[in-house]
Design a protein around this ligand. Structure first.
Ligand code: IPM
Ligand code: MN
Length: 353
């Protein structure tokens, strides 16, 4: 099969880590008899520099005619002084909305080889962690009405419709069915009206999934429980802003932010894939970036959008193999291991496919 992928390297370490993932995809193609056609386009600060716009129309057009979108990272100090609606981050929000990418899957998995990097006591994470955060991505306060009432007062509105809640809840329940049939829905229903609608709607969707055990947590309690007893969680379903916060927390307790991939899915199989870490401008161009999160994002793309499970597993296994042989980038380095550059890690993973 031939797959067309819009590639958006973006800013900072984005181009470096994406480059390594494309090497891996080429090898997967060669080995399993597929061709991946890469259409490179601009997004974020580098797009602003080249065209004056963070999300050029050519990028949207390319994405719409592709099977999937593969992104590095956006943003950096160079563009931090720009007004809110001109910032590189706005391009990321724009592409999510334009492409209808309402379902953000953020797996937080603790790799056995890296368990020493976990900041929690070993007994809290005995046997490893495998949490999937399902974050609503195109609604809520990120996209609600905003503005200034007067020069001293600004507002952003949190708003959810039944339709928006239902479709993300269905994704989360489907994921729970494929995992351990346990779902924690997170809201602030003791205070927010939109959260009360969230909770009511999730309960209604739950009727279609009698095998799944549903729990409702308030967001403050969930944030606390994540560090107190993380092993109780399997799938976490939540809104855009709560998901933004809780997914960073969940990723950190695995000790490996540089390892975590993500998928942002639309209706059907279309999706955008990117590492959870940002553009890390401080190490851009130094060869220190960890490309594994991006390579694992490619594995998610193979599985979720292309339906290539064997190929996806081959990539995950290659990453695990490289880790078990002791190869590391600086962020996950520990005593007695071999420190490698971004491209050395990419080459090692490629040669293990
Ligand atoms: C993320 C990021 C983005 C978000 C920013 C860069 C707009 O933090 O993907 O989690 O808040 O969604
Ligand atoms: Mn975030």
């Amino acid at each position: 099969m031939n797959y067309k992928i819009t590639v958006l390297p973006g800013d900072g370490i984005g181009p470096e880590v994406v480059g390594e993932a494309l090497k891996v995809l080429d090898k997967v193609g060669e080995k399993f008899g597929h061709t991946f056609e890469f259409d490179h386009q601009l997004i974020g600060g580098s797009a602003i520099d080249a065209t004056g716009e963070g999300l050029p129309q050519a990028t949207i057009d390319s994405a719409r005619s592709s099977d999937a979108v593969f992104l590095g990272a956006v943003g950096g100090p160079k563009w931090d002084a720009l007004p809110g609606d001109k910032r590189p981050e706005k391009a990321l929000l724009g592409i999510r909305k334009e492409l209808g990418l309402f379902a953000n899957l953020r797996p937080a998995i603790m790799f056995d080889e890296l368990k020493d990097a976990c900041p929690l006591k070993p007994e809290k994470v005995e046997g490893g962690l495998d949490i999937l955060v399902v974050r609503e991505l195109t609604g809520g306060i990120y996209f609600g009405e905003r503005g200034y009432r007067d020069e001293n007062t600004a507002y952003d509105v949190e708003e959810y419709s039944v339709y928006e809640i239902e479709r993300i809840a269905e994704i989360a329940f489907d994921m729970a069915m494929k995992r351990n049939r346990k779902l924690t829905s997170v809201d602030k229903a003791n205070v927010l009206e939109s959260s009360r609608l969230w909770r009511k709607t999730v309960a209604k969707v739950a009727e279609k999934y009698p095998e799944v055990t549903l729990e409702n947590f308030y967001v403050d309690n969930c944030a606390m429980q994540l560090v107190y007893n993380p092993k109780q969680f399997d799938v976490i379903l939540t809104s855009n802003i709560f998901g933004d916060i809780l997914s960073d927390e969940a990723s950190m307790i695995t000790g490996s932010l540089g390892m975590l991939p993500s998928a942002s899915l639309a209706t059907g199989n279309f999706g955008l894939y990117e590492p959870v870490h940002g553009s890390a401008p401080d190490i851009a161009g130094t060869g220190k970036a960890n490309p594994m999160a991006t390579i694992l994002s490619a594995a998610m793309m193979l599985k979720y959008t292309f339906g290539l499970s064997r190929e996806s597993e081959a990539v995950e296994n290659a990453v695990k193999k490289v880790l078990s042989k002791g190869y590391r980038t600086g962020d996950i380095m520990s005593e007695g291991k071999t420190l490698c550059t971004t491209s050395e890690i990419g080459d090692l993973i490629t040669s293990n496919i």
